[in-house]
Ligand binder design. Structure first.
Ligand code: SF4
Ligand code: MG
Length: 327
């Protein structure tokens, strides 16, 4: 599967007063070097949790319970926290929906970018400033002005440019971008996507783009993983997925294709995302599926390749296997 990233059987639960939320229940995901993977699905399907688990940033009351994350030849869930610190923010970095909330409000922007570089190159922050200026130029900002600004002095779009610069400053092999444009104005969204596109091309890094916006996926991604209620349900090239969606949920998502820039969630699929404290039996999509069969209520379909490069977890495609719980 993926030569850069291979996630298999990933399970994450959150222990809350309402009960155990089974947020991820056997997520599968893979990427090659330099590739752009879109991870799509409705709010609450586990897209963000997946990316946080890959970065090993799941916090209490959450817990990674099972699975493997192989990144660049390393088994991340088996690394010590110290070893993981040498990966996170260096070989693999992440940008979020709210850029300002990831910046320290009381430190100047130049210092914060410098800190990221200093950490990876083990050099004093002051010595990184020439490089910080280069990075700011690269993301289309005026270095002199932005170096000495505090985050609140920047617009949302400028802050996201800073975050992208910080994320790419260490030349990571993978940049994870979690809804990087959803909090921005429509015109700014397009500019930020263009910037991500241009820089990823220039620097050759892979991008995992987490989004609920199929329009963004169509423009930006090579491959797509569709998630539903903590499961990976369909994977294909973007072209193939849009041409021939196999999973009934993907079909519904595509009917709901929003224009680029729309920030509300998909509404075309009847029913609501299930409660993951007590998820539906078998295929978690079965209560909403227009093509549900008996077997779907009993067993959970595994994600299997049904055509070259096209994977789906659905009994419509002839496989009668099941995912063994706790396997
Ligand atoms: Fe629908 Fe069954 Fe396929 Fe699930 S496995 S998507 S319920 S047909
Ligand atoms: Mg999210």
């Amino acid at each position: 599967r993926g030569k850069l990233l291979d996630v298999s059987g990933l399970k994450v639960s959150f222990y809350t007063y309402r009960g155990v939320i089974k947020a991820l229940d056997g997520v599968e995901l893979w990427m090659d070097s330099g590739e752009r993977l879109g991870v799509v699905g409705e709010t609450g399907c586990g897209k963000s949790v997946t990316s946080l688990a890959v970065m090993r940033l799941i916090e209490q009351p959450g817990e990674i319970q099972a699975g493997k994350v192989i990144f660049n030849g390393k088994s991340l869930l088996e690394l010590s926290e110290e070893e993981m610190n040498g990966v996170r923010g260096i070989e693999m970095s992440m940008i979020f929906q709210e850029p300002r909330s990831s910046l320290n409000p009381v430190m100047k922007v130049g210092y914060q970018i410098g800190e990221a570089i200093a950490k990876s190159k083990k050099m004093p922050i002051k010595k990184t400033y020439p490089e910080v200026r280069e990075i700011l130029k690269l993301v289309g900002l005026d270095p002199e002005r932005v170096m000495n600004s505090y985050p609140h002095e920047l617009s949302g779009g400028m802050s996201q440019r800073v975050m992208i610069g910080m994320g790419l400053a260490t030349h990571p092999k993978l940049l994870i971008a979690d809804e990087p444009t959803s909090a921005l104005d429509v015109t700014i969204q397009a500019q930020i996507l263009e910037l991500l596109d241009e820089l990823a091309r220039k620097m050759g890094n892979a991008v995992m783009l987490i989004t609920h916006d199929m329009g963004v996926v169509a423009e930006f991604c090579d491959k797509v993983m569709v998630m539903y209620a903590g499961n990976s349900v369909e994977y294909a090239s973007t072209f193939e997925l849009f041409e021939r969606p196999l999973h009934p949920y993907t079909g519904g998502l595509l009917l709901a294709v929003p224009r680029v820039g729309r920030t509300d969630e998909l509404k075309a699929i009847k029913g609501t995302v299930p409660d993951l404290v007590d998820p539906p039996s078998g295929c978690r999509f079965h209560p909403r599926c227009p093509r549900v069969m008996e077997i779907c209520k009993e067993n959970r379909p595994p994600l299997l390749q049904v055509e070259p490069g096209h994977f789906v977890a659905c009994y419509l495609y002839g496989n009668k296997g099941e995912v063994k719980e706790n396997a």
